[in-house]
Ligand binder design. Structure first.
Ligand SMILES: Nc1ncnc2c1ncn2[C@@H]1O[C@H](COP(=O)(O)OP(=O)(O)O)[C@@H](O)[C@H]1O
Ligand SMILES: [Mg+2]
Length: 462
């Protein structure tokens, strides 16, 4: 039997993590990948037991069962229609199951499976998932796996995102300690329609049809974008564009630092700027319950580079009534001489939008001036999560408060260092009018940052 698979399907099949999520755009070949993987596993490990879940039986019947009937070879297996089981000649089985409501999980109380699979994982609740993965066990030496596939969206969107996407780089196995102290290994394999040549060859108009969907559905189904939900403030945020793999920062780039400090959270970011004025947010301190001197020490411990400017919110200059000292004073005593950042929130958020703006570069690639290293997990988690303030649509809601620290810290930088206009990249050379940049020794970037109506500058407002 010949089966061709996509590279992503191969990666999914070979995954060695305990928990794997194959997730993203619709049509990437996720469900098909599950079926091929299950077939190969059943053949490789005699008497192995697997189950594939969808939330409802009609969903199972229309998709997985129907497709498995199309290509599972009858020479090695037969399908039992009433029990929804593929029985293999080598004794392996593949069950099809569904979990309509949370109490349905108890019917699997005494079950044991080598591999448990969930298709459309975001249709399930976290409880259904965690309960069922406790059934992944057995006395044989076969690899135990929980393998899921899904599009973004659905009732389980948030917990799935937290468990698989927010943990760090995709395509890498992460060791994760769960809330109950248990350890697990987790990998997220993103899937895109473009990965699936089988679909694109047979149905070349598929992408055009997805383009017609309303924005939110389009983002989920066409781009497999996880950072979608109603009320999102930074809708332009796109993990595939704004998050990058860490690399060594060249020595001649300028380094800035920006922070939001409170006892509830100290969020501090190190930002490198290249000579085209692209910024790379490359290091993060995100810790609660640090008194000022401890925060200062932590920041110093994390800093070996020379900091050009160190931004902080104005309220750090408020004096303590008893000591007469301000938070900024204590940071200064620790060698951190802070620069007051403008506190106008609306303008600040506009500046962040400006930096995040997505544009097409000269090679036709979608990109942005702002990039975040994948290790800055809390910024990557909270930036797409903050919501609009219902009363002030140009402002970010201050609740849930925990989400605001990292975006606030970023805002202080962005408002002080306004983004160069993207158009400048393709403007003709030689129309430069001197600005204070020249005084700062920025001669070498003159050509790429020329602007007609809005000089690119460090708008320092004190
Ligand atoms: N390896 C493959 N060989 C042949 N057809 C495939 C393969 N992978 C996917 N397909 C086909 O591509 C289409 C989309 O795949 P599917 O697995 O349903 O995508 P997803 O679950 O990611 O939305 C389906 O018609 C499926 O049968
Ligand atoms: Mg599918």
């Amino acid at each position: 039997m010949d089966i061709s698979i996509t590279e992503k399907q191969e990666q999914f099949i070979n995954s060695e993590a305990f928990e794997t999520l194959f997730g993203g755009a619709a049509g990437g070949g996720k469900s098909y990948g599950q079926l091929v993987d299950a077939l190969l596993y059943a053949l490789k490990y005699p008497k192995s037991k697997q189950i594939i879940f969808r939330r409802t039986f009609p969903d199972l019947e229309k998709s997985l069962i129907r497709v498995s009937l199309e290509f599972y070879p009858r020479k090695v297996a037969s399908y039992n229609t009433s029990k929804h089981i593929w029985n293999f000649k080598n004794g392996s089985i593949i069950d099809f199951g569904y979990i309509d409501s949370e109490k349905d999980v108890y019917q699997y109380q005494s079950a044991e499976y080598d591999v448990i699979r969930f298709d459309e994982l975001t249709h399930f609740t976290e409880y259904m998932y965690t309960y069922m993965i406790s059934r992944c066990r057995g006395a044989n030496p076969y690899p135990k796996r929980v393998k899921s596939s899904t599009n973004p969206g659905g009732v389980g969107h948030s917990w799935v995102k937290e468990r698989f996407i927010d943990i760090g780089e995709p395509n890498e196995i992460h060791e994760v300690t769960l809330e109950n102290g248990k350890k697990t290994t987790v990998i997220f394999i993103p899937s895109f329609v473009q990965d699936n040549m089988f679909l694109l060859d047979n149905d070349p108009d598929y992408i055009d049809r997805l383009e017609l969907l309303p924005e939110k559905e389009r983002k989920a189904l066409l781009y497999g974008d996880w950072d979608i939900f109603d009320g999102q403030f930074f809708t332009e945020f796109n993990r595939n564009i704004h998050v990058c793999t860490p690399f060594e920062i060249p020595k001649d780039w300028r380094i800035y630092r920006t922070r939001d400090y409170g006892l509830d959270m100290c969020a501090c970011y190190w930002i490198a700027m290249d000579w085209q004025m692209n910024i790379y947010i490359y290091k993060e301190l995100y810790e609660s319950n640090l008194i000022v001197s401890e925060a200062a020490k932590r920041i110093n411990d994390m800093t070996t580079e020379k900091i050009t400017t160190d931004y902080a919110p104005i309220d750090l200059w408020n004096r303590n009534r008893d000591t007469g000292k301000s938070t900024a004073d204590i940071f200064a005593e620790n060698g951190q001489f802070l620069t007051k950042a403008d506190n106008n929130r609306i303008q600040g958020w506009l500046a962040v939008h400006e930096w995040l703006k997505v544009f097409t570069d000269e090679q036709g690639q979608q990109t942005s001036k702002l990039h975040i290293f994948s290790n800055c997990k809390n910024l990557i988690r909270t930036l797409p999560a903050v919501q609009y303030d219902e009363k002030k649509p140009n402002d970010v809601a201050i609740e849930p408060h925990e989400l605001t620290h990292a975006p606030d810290a970023l805002r202080y930088f962005c408002t002080m260092w306004q983004s160069p206009m993207i158009k400048t990249l393709t403007m003709p050379k030689g129309t430069y009018t001197p600005t204070e940049l020249e005084d700062l020794g920025y001669k070498s970037i003159v050509n790429v940052t020329t602007v007609k109506n809005k000089p690119v500058s460090t708008r320092r407002r004190r």
